[in-house]
Design a protein around this ligand. Structure first.
Ligand code: ADP
Ligand code: MG
Length: 646
């Protein structure tokens, strides 16, 4: 059997006690709601039994040993709302608030366990739909008591209220004039954590306060799920601020204590829920996860607050908006009451046990209630304490950062180092490759320039040779004699495959090879020539496609030479060499876009030089032969031999 809690005694008396010195424990009241109609219909059994005013027995359905929990008060399903209000000792909290203490009442438990019911009564509630007085919850009853108390004080007291909800980790003002929008949570030395731009409304009557409550309830997020038809999807905080003019004094509850202002906060937590049990999907699931996360943060803070060494340890109130706003109530200077709510059904036992354990731990948490600052000395003591607290928080946060850093370097360090090494190696490789390519490009450019220069020289030499060849032809024409047969008749086919037909009778007058008048040659087979008509211009009047250097075509620079120029050169060379000649530079129009001129030109130059040499040799020997021999007769030449002198 597990026993937790304060020693037995009169619960009302223990709860009525106020701050009992420097450390005051959180008061915890347990409320067990009655079995719901649905649970009874399903035939569910109760697993909880109240034994005495402060002890709860839990009987596991499997027949295991009973477990007992003790709290400040235990209230079963038969207890009315008024019973709960009386047993919780909320009036005492109100008195402390009037004296300047910061007091909090919060409900805690599984979804559908009766938290909202305990604080504000059953749903639905909203503007113009107040709850019936008999079912009114702790809040309405406290309001009524407080207004009555203030009225009878006989001293001016100013009352204000604010109402907010924390929905999906966003603070929304439930009393805002427009639609609620997210508000930031800030911290400063004098106020601790607070919500910036939160609307705080002054009220002077119970009716006005009830209206504010109804307004907030109607705007609060709630949805239906399997366990609760009106499940709150947010944590809601309604705060009453009690203040008085500095010159005025609120009569003290205990003689000798200074009457000052304070605040009273009611917190209706959203319930923890197992998503599988509530059947939450989509938005409901997001809400449930957010709720569970903030409740987990709250549980974590409570656990750390229980640590006997907690003065040296940092409490992570900053982990969620909820813990920030409850920081003062849990571990600060406030006075706190927790109302833990549970369902009696055996079906809910796991969640119920969890709530009971949580509540048991919470009641061992102590706060250091602190009233209004009465002296400068106390103030400086507080400042010193706050500085120490902040230093401690800084130290813890730095430690966490270091841990995160080392953890990150633990599992990412190896990969990061590997990636950095690889990147560096890649960079080096790219730089080397770039350097190599840059060198290659400059080499290619210089060899291209060289090749172009050589091409230019060779082309000039070729032209010169052509000129000399043609003039040699003219010089060595035989003296007029009986007209020899036209050369085109001597070797009509094979040698002239690269040449155009020599004449196009009947209108030819000049030999297109040597420009000699054809009248010197007989043309007995005029009818055998195919006319080369090109438009109406007679061929004899057109320059031949392989015109001699003196023709305008040869005035061009090598760079300007066109396809036919190169063709002429090639034809001449073939005529002289007796074999096919590959042009040293590519014919420009037929250049392949993918071929690099530099490479092609450079590759062909040695060949062209050789051929040029051979051409020179051929011309020399041809000239020598021309000087020493008479023109050959038609029987001495054969197709395939070099072009004979005309
Ligand atoms: P929670 O806020 O914990 O999710 P609710 O307060 O909304 O749960 O209660 C769930 C349902 O149970 C509501 O319909 C409420 O009226 C009903 N209920 C809760 N506690 C009691 C009670 N003590 N007596 C009668 N009905 C209750
Ligand atoms: Mg609720």
């Amino acid at each position: 059997m597990e026993e937790r809690g304060t020693p037995d005694g009169d619960p009302a008396r223990s709860l009525e006690r106020g701050p009992e010195g420097p450390e005051t424990p959180i008061q915890v009241v347990l409320r067990v709601r009655p079995m719901s109609a649905a649970e009874l219909r399903r035939g569910e059994q109760s697993a909880l039994h109240c034994s005495g005013a402060r002890t709860l027995q839990v009987s596991p359905p499997g027949g295991g040993p009973d477990v007992a929990f003790r709290f400040g008060a235990v209230l079963d399903g038969a207890r009315t709302q008024e019973d709960v209000f009386q047993a919780c000792g909320v009036r005492r909290l109100g008195e402390l608030a009037l004296r300047g203490f910061s007091c909090t009442v919060f409900t805690f438990g599984q979804t559908g366990s009766g938290k909202t019911y305990t604080l504000t009564g059953p749903p639905p509630q909203g503007e113009g739909m107040p709850v019936s007085p008999s079912l009114a919850g702790i809040m309405q009853r406290t309001f009524a008591w407080l207004l009555d108390r203030v009225q009878h004080l006989g001293a001016p007291v100013t009352l204000h209220a604010s109402y907010l909800e924390i929905y999906n980790e966003q603070v929304r003002d439930l009393l805002s004039l427009g639609s609620p929008r997210p508000l930031p949570v800030r911290w400063n030395k004098s106020r601790g954590f607070y919500v910036e731009q939160l609307r705080v409304v002054e009220f002077g009557s119970l009716e006005a306060l009830m209206e504010l409550l109804q307004m907030g309830l109607s705007r609060r997020r709630s949805s239906a799920h399997v366990l609760n038809q009106a499940s709150s999807r947010s944590h809601a905080l309604l705060t009453l601020y009690i203040s008085k003019p500095a010159s005025q004094q609120v009569p003290a509850v205990d003689p000798g204590e200074p009457p000052v202002g304070g605040k009273l906060c009611f917190v209706d937590l959203a319930g923890s829920e197992k998503v599988a049990a509530t059947g939450s999907r989509g938005e409901l699931m997001v809400e449930a996860n957010s709720i569970n996360r903030s409740l987990l943060a709250l549980g974590h803070c409570i656990s750390l607050l229980l640590d006997p060494q907690r003065k040296q340890s940092h409490i992570p109130f900053r982990d969620s908006k909820l813990t920030k706003l409850l920081a003062d109530s849990l571990g600060g200077r406030g006075v706190t009451l927790m109302v833990a709510c549970v369902s009696p059904s055996a079906q809910c036992l796991p969640e119920t046990l969890s709530t009971l354990r949580y509540a048991s731990r919470a009641q061992r948490v102590t706060t250091r209630p602190q009233g209004p600052k009465s002296s400068g000395k106390k103030h400086s003591q507080n400042v010193e304490a706050e500085i120490l607290q902040l230093q401690e928080e800084n130290r813890c946060l730095r430690l966490q950062l270091d841990q995160m850093g080392s953890r990150a370097s633990g599992f990412r360090g190896v990969r990061m180092a590997w990636a950095q090494r690889n990147l560096y190696a890649m960079l080096q490789e790219f730089m080397l490759e770039n350097e190599r390519l840059r060198k290659e490009v400059s080499q290619l450019q210089s060899s291209r320039d060289l090749a172009r220069g050589e091409q230019r020289v060779l082309a000039q030499q070729v032209h010169e040779l052509q000129r000399r060849l043609l003039s040699a032809c003219v010089l060595h024409q035989p003296v007029p004699a009986p007209a020899p047969p036209c050369p085109c008749l001597v070797m009509p086919a094979a040698p002239c495959r690269a040449l155009p037909p020599l004449c196009s009778c009947p209108c030819c007058h000049l030999c297109p090879v040597c420009r000699a008048p054809l009248a010197r040659w007989a043309c007995p087979q005029q009818e055998g020539h195919v006319p080369q008509a090109s438009g109406s211009t007679p061929l004899s009047s057109q320059p031949p496609p392989w015109a001699p250097p003196c023709s305008p075509g040869f005035a061009k620079s090598p760079g300007e030479r066109n396809h036919s120029d190169w063709t002429q050169t090639r034809i001449l060379a073939e005529m002289l060499m007796g074999e096919e000649v590959v042009p040293s530079a590519p014919p420009l129009p037929s250049r392949s876009p993918r071929a690099t001129p530099v490479l092609r030109g450079a590759a062909r130059i040695p060949n062209l030089a050789q051929r040029l040499e051979a051409l020179r040799h051929q011309i020399g020997s041809s000239l020598r032969r021309g000087q020493s021999q008479p023109p050959p007769s038609e029987g001495t030449r054969s197709p395939g031999q070099g072009f004979p002198p005309c």
